[in-house]
Design a protein around this ligand. Sequence first.
Ligand code: S3P
Length: 171
Amino acid sequence: MDAKNVVLTGFMGTGKTSVGKILSRRLERPLIDLDAAIERKEQKKIREIFESRGEPYFRALEKDAVREAAETSGSVITTGGGVVLDAENMLLLRKRGLIVQLNATPETVFRRVKDSPHRPLLKSGDLLSEITRLFEARAPFYTGADATFDTDGKTASQVAEEILAVLKGKI
Ligand code: S3P
């Protein structure tokens, strides 16, 4: 049987990208970062895509990127925080993948994203309130992962080691 994909999901600022890079190195498996794939294809930053074409257009690109990544095997796939909103995305990613979800409290997310200007969904006034609002609205979608890890107070390396220990023999 082909090696499974490891699919990292979670809210913005839970460390998917950093943890995914470490997992890819440690497992010696290719990394597919969906946001980076979209940016490469469009030759535009995610923020610019949101600004010029709007969120629905971005979500369509995201779905194309999911389709492509889901056909691979043995990859580490890092997703954008909104990928879970689309049930079909999750079906596709599950086909050959284990869903590994990273969690963090809104306060941790706030600390991690407050100085990063590239997140189009978090640009309005009171950042912590905005994160909390979106976090609550999204909570029902961040369920049903194969494994879940809390990342509060941990480095990306610590989280990656925890994941490797749990996934050993399963991927
Ligand atoms: C989004 C999260 C972002 C990016 C886009 C939309 C979301 O990725 O895909 O800005 O809807 O939560 P990160 O989770 O890597 O920040």
